[in-house]
Structure formats: structure tokens, C-alpha cells
Design a binder for this molecule. Structure first.
Ligand SMILES: [Zn+2]
Length: 348
């Protein structure tokens, strides 16, 4: 989890307890500064400047708050009502009640985590039908050699699904398309969002694509997740959350979004490592990327998009035409998903 949080908040700035000058007073009446809270609770603060939300974290439990609001969320799900968290002159101030409540939340040792389970894995081979995706055209031994993204990714997806089904007899493994069919992006995400799961379960969304570049030397694999700067809307609706307070709704939405982002990053990282093990010796590891891909943005679940390699690079295009290489890619993605599921469901 540590790695994930560092990554997730990599772009965030730390917020200082005071805005400089006079050190803030700490007492019943004036309230307490951030240094005091962090010291008393044994936590660290992650401050998200885009959403104005702070999260205190001690390695096990997290408490998220928004200055000016009395609604505080423990572990992204349990609601507390704690008045007296404000931002004054650019610095955070906490009431005595807030400090005491935080202390009691963080003092509870090793509470069993809410059981969460990956109920289904949705595998989405990109493009299809009249949409070939990117096409690589090269001359090999004086002959035209052509390779289409839609075919490569379908092949990998089938192999991946076989591996997943073999491992997970008790989970749904669903493909957006099983043959050369055209699907809109909306149809893909709608299908993913309607996979039936039980309470406490999530669906993993894994979209598979191949890359193209004007630079014919560009090569390698990369994994995308949604950028935290692009909030996903409508994750928590009034009915699903059972709340009418619009402020609470917006807080729940942003926090759920943050949780999804962290999970997506973890999944991306795990799949990247898996690919690195199986094809790292053949091609470059281009790392984790964040972007607001439509197909990922609309999926209300941990979601990644895997770019398996460049069809515009002759050497890589030839690799992508080999069954054995596609099998290695499928194994890499499978290992990444499997390791993510193990970590995700680990009970401490
Ligand atoms: Zn594509």
C-alpha cells in the first residue's frame, strides 16, 4: 500500500502547518495545528490540492477530510461527524474534538479490514470489425508485411482469458468481444459496468491495445491508468449512497475516485511488472502512464489500458506476429492481474 500511496499522491504538495511567520498557538481555544495532529496520531498527511481534501494515514487506517466540512471519512467508507476542521491563513487548524476523535480512530489496533474481493475480470481487446486500430506495414524480404492492432489484441485477450479462467473458476471472466466485431467505447464500458457482482466485490477492467508512432524506432510496452486530475463523475449517486446532502455526496465522490485511482495504479504497476518479466528482455518497459482515456474514464472500477508494443516498429511488429510472443504478453498481463488480486484480497 505504501508504494501505491506514494505514487498516487506523487503529484501532490505537502501542506505546512503554518504559513510562515509566527508559530501557531496550540490550545483548547485557538485549536491545534497540523504538526500537533500528526504527532498525536502518528500519521502522515497527504494533501490533494485539486480537490482540497486531506488524508491522514498511519499505514493501516486513513481518515479523509475537507476543511470547512464536518464530514470525515474513515478508510473511505465509515462516516464521522467532526466539526472544527478549518483552513485559516493557508494553514490547517483542528478543534480539540477533532484531535481527540482522530486519536481514537488511529488508536484502534489492527482492525480486520473490510473483506473485499475481485468478483470479475473484464478483458477488453481494443477496436475490431471496421475499426482495425493501428496498422503496421513493413517490407520483409521484399514482400509487404501487414499487421493490425485489432487482431493482435484479440489473440492476446483470448489467451489471457484462458489463463484467468483456468485460475479463477469461481469468478466471472468476461470479454468485451470474442471475435472481429465492432463495438463503440460506450458499449464496452456499459458491458463492463453491468457485469453482475456481489456486495463488496469489484470488477477489474483491462483494455488491451497496440501502439503506433511516427517515429519508427519507438518500441516497448506501457500501462495506462486514469489521471487523478480528471475526476470521474457520478461514481456515487444519491440512491446508492443513501444521502441527500450535496456536500457529502461530492466528498464521497472524490474520495471514491481517489480510492479507484489508487487501485488502478496498483493494478497498472502489477501488470507492468508482469510484462517486464515475460517480455522485458525483448523490448523496452515504457512505464506507467496516466491519461484520461475515454474507455477507462467511464468504467467505475479499477481500470487500466495495456499497450503491448508498437506495430510501427518493424522489429516489434515481427515479434507481435509470433504466437509465442503474444503468449508471453498474455502471461505477463495474467501474472500482473493475479498478483494484484492476491494483494487486494489479502487479509491482515
Ligand atoms: Zn488501440
Amino acid at each position: 500500500m505504501t508504494v501505491a500511496l506514494v505514487l498516487a499522491f506523487g503529484a501532490l504538495v505537502s501542506l505546512h502547518a503554518t504559513s510562515g511567520g509566527e508559530p501557531a498557538e496550540n490550545d483548547r481555544d485557538a485549536g491545534y495545528d497540523l504538526d500537533h495532529v500528526v504527532r498525536e496520531t502518528g500519521t502522515k498527511l497527504q494533501w490533494d490540492p485539486y480537490r482540497g481534501i486531506g488524508t491522514l494515514w498511519n499505514g493501516k487506517t486513513s481518515v479523509s477530510f475537507r476543511p470547512g466540512s464536518s464530514i470525515v471519512l474513515e478508510d473511505y467508507q465509515t462516516k464521522h461527524h467532526i466539526p472544527g476542521i478549518e483552513r485559516r491563513d493557508g494553514a490547517l487548524r483542528f478543534s480539540e474534538e477533532a484531535v481527540e476523535t482522530f486519536k481514537s480512530i488511529f488508536a484502534v489496533p489492527d482492525r480486520p479490514a473490510e473483506a473485499r474481493r475481485v468478483g470479475a475480470i473484464f478483458v477488453d481487446p481494443g477496436h475490431g470489425g471496421r475499426d482495425p486500430g493501428t496498422i503496421g506495414r513493413h517490407t520483409v524480404d521484399g514482400e509487404l508485411f501487414e499487421i493490425k492492432e485489432k487482431d493482435i489484441v484479440l489473440d492476446i485477450a483470448h489467451q489471457l482469458v484462458d489463463l484467468l479462467e483456468e485460475r479463477y473458476g469461481d469468478r466471472e471472466v468476461v470479454m468485451s468481444r470474442t471475435d472481429d466485431t465492432y463495438l463503440t467505447l460506450e458499449e464496452r464500458t456499459e458491458a463492463a459496468n453491468s457485469v453482475p457482482i456481489r456486495e463488496g466485490e469489484v470488477v477489474l477492467f483491462v483494455s488491451i491495445h497496440a501502439n503506433a508512432s511516427l517515429n519508427s524506432r519507438a518500441s516497448g510496452f506501457e500501462v495506462w491508468y486514469l489521471s487523478p486530475e480528471v475526476p470521474r463523475d457520478g461514481l456515487v449517486t444519491q440512491t446508492s449512497a443513501g444521502v441527500k446532502d450535496p456536500q457529502l455526496l461530492s466528498l464521497l465522490n472524490t474520495i471514491r475516485d481517489e480510492e479507484l485511482t489508487i487501485e488502478s495504479i496498483l493494478l497498472a504497476q502489477s501488470v507492468l511488472e508482469g510484462l517486464d518479466k515475460t517480455v522485458g528482455e525483448h523490448t523496452g518497459n515504457r512505464g506507467i502512464k496516466k491519461e484520461s482515456w475515454y474507455v477507462v474514464r467511464e468504467a467505475k472500477m479499477p481500470s487500466i489500458l495495456v499497450e503491448v508494443g508498437f506495430v510501427t516498429n518493424k522489429e516489434e511488429a515481427l515479434l507481435l506476429a509470433e504466437d509465442e510472443y503474444l503468449n508471453k504478453l498474455a502471461h505477463g498481463i495474467y501474472t500482473g492481474i493475479h498478483n494484484f488480486v492476491k494483494d487486494f484480497e489479502r487479509q491482515e
